[in-house]
Design a protein around this ligand. Structure first.
Ligand SMILES: Cc1cc2nc3c(=O)[nH]c(=O)nc-3n(C[C@H](O)[C@H](O)[C@H](O)COP(=O)(O)OP(=O)(O)OC[C@H]3O[C@@H](n4cnc5c(N)ncnc54)[C@H](O)[C@@H]3O)c2cc1C
Length: 412
């Protein structure tokens, strides 16, 4: 390419879209971009198979076919109204309506209830491979940032979907911080938590009253089944709950363990959880099936301050490849949220990005700016929602202690 020619005005026809990472978001983006005539798509993944069995739930707004359906959730709906202009919501809907029917059918199925994460990954992956036209080239193996930078040709696009430890996130800042870990990340640590999952032999559901009364004897380590995370699947309920722990307890625990380890090493947490489960059993005469699966995770809310290579767009093409090759972050590479909304958020952003990339006649600069603005708005939305959940959780911990409760309230 002529080094004097500067950044392209539009994404070039005939180029390759390189999707880095074939987790749920990378796969969805690939499936969305695959039918676009102007590009070929190349998908890179380091894992050889999809093994994550955890049950995840997708938000209903993902398959909404009207603006009203999109903003149906009471709390989220108000946030959506506060952040997005009506024209933006209409545009999002139009992008959604252009999703190929085979993919939309899958999304509708996923949004009906709980799905194992690896089932989402396998289904979308199979859909991509099963399509007759526009085959996607796959490359197996772990990429480095240098690999990614070296492989692009003029007219290509890089989309980083490599998750929380994003490959390119910290490469998107210009200047001294370029490449430094965290240079491009705004992070709030909300809490440390145990995520406890088990199967239960009866139908079981738990609203806010149930969460309170089943924890009445638990002054600490309240077991909170997550909203919408209790699902009944035939005769078995999948229950996932979180228990807040301290940073010190977090450090002293392995990443993953079972009920026996918890009872031996963190008896106060185990007692609290067992009290909760005993009450459920008394009410419904069921049994826990198998063992508990427990992981410890920090619940972070973060965003990439730059989700595109916009900062590099004014650099000289000879100084940096991102001056001519646009980079976009999607999924957990761009935003991470603590209370299990991330896949839906990542899918939502992927739909917008695919629509934007496929649009003809729009200047590259515009595309970069619009994606930045869109992701910032999605960030505001998830920030408000996550803060509300965290605040409610904090209040819940102190419901029986009015002084502590009042100390956490900001009424006016
Ligand atoms: C216990 C738990 C429960 C959860 N439940 C929910 C839920 O109910 N709903 C929800 O929305 N979210 C949930 N989440 C979050 C959700 O799993 C993530 O948000 C989601 O997986 C992010 O998707 P992604 O495609 O952006 O990234 P990832 O799933 O992290 O995928 C990234 C992909 O990139 C690949 N990759 C990474 N680096 C490289 C490299 N250098 N070279 C090649 N390939 C690479 C990885 O192998 C991986 O396949 C949960 C998370 C946890 C921990």
């Amino acid at each position: 390419m002529d080094p004097q020619s500067g950044p392209p005005e539009t994404l070039r026809s005939g180029g390759t879209v390189h999707v880095l990472g074939a987790g749920p978001v990378g796969l969805l983006l690939t499936a969305l971009l695959q039918p676009v005539e102007e590009f070929s798509v190349r998908l890179y993944e380091k894992r050889s198979e999809y093994t994550r069995p955890r049950m995840v739930r997708l938000a209903g707004y993902l398959v909404a076919d009207s603006v009203d359906a999109y903003r149906a959730d009471h709390f989220d709906g108000e946030n959506v109204d506060a952040v997005f202009e009506p024209a933006e919501l209409a545009e999002g809907l139009a992008f959604r309506q252009s999703i190929p029917a085979d993919l939309m059918a899958l999304l509708r199925r996923f949004a009906q209830g709980f799905v194992p994460l690896n089932a989402i990954e396998r289904s979308v992956s199979d859909l991509i491979d099963g399509r007759d036209s526009h085959p996607v080239t796959r490359t197996a193996g772990a990429l480095t940032a240098q690999d990614a930078i070296a492989m692009v040709e003029p007219g290509d696009v890089l989309i980083d979907c490599t998750g929380t430890n994003s490959l390119l996130r910290d490469r998107l800042v210009v200047g001294d911080g370029d490449g430094d870990p965290g240079a491009n990340t705004l992070n709030f640590l909300f809490e440390h938590a145990l995520v406890i999952t088990f199967l239960y032999s009866q139908t079981y559901a738990c609203n806010e009253f149930c969460k309170y009364y089943k924890n009445v004897e638990n002054p600490h380590y309240k077991f909170i089944p997550m909203v919408h995370r209790v699902s009944h699947d035939g005769s078995v309920s999948h229950v996932t709950g979180i228990v807040t722990i301290t940073a010190e307890e977090f450090e002293a625990m392995p990443k993953r363990f079972d009920g026996e380890w918890l009872r031996d090493n963190a008896p106060a947490v185990a007692q609290s959880m067992d009290r909760f489960i005993d009450k459920v059993k008394q009410e419904t005469n069921g049994e826990v099936i198998g063992d508990l699966e427990i992981i410890r995770i920090p619940l972070n809310l973060y965003r990439a301050r730059n989700v595109t290579s916009r900062q590099w767009a004014t650099a000289s093409p000879s100084d940096h490849p991102f001056a001519t090759t646009p980079v976009f972050l999607a999924g957990d590479s761009a935003i991470g949220s603590p209370y299990f909304q991330s896949i839906s958020l990542g899918f939502e952003c992927a739909m917008f990005l695919a629509g934007l990339i496929a649009q003809r006649g729009v200047a590259l600069e515009d595309k970069l700016n619009r994606y930045e603005r869109y992701i910032y708005k999605q960030w505001l939305r998830v920030y408000m929602q996550s803060k509300m959940i965290k605040n409610n959780k904090d209040l819940f911990q102190s419901l029986d202690d009015p002084v502590a409760l009042l100390g956490k309230l900001h009424i006016y």
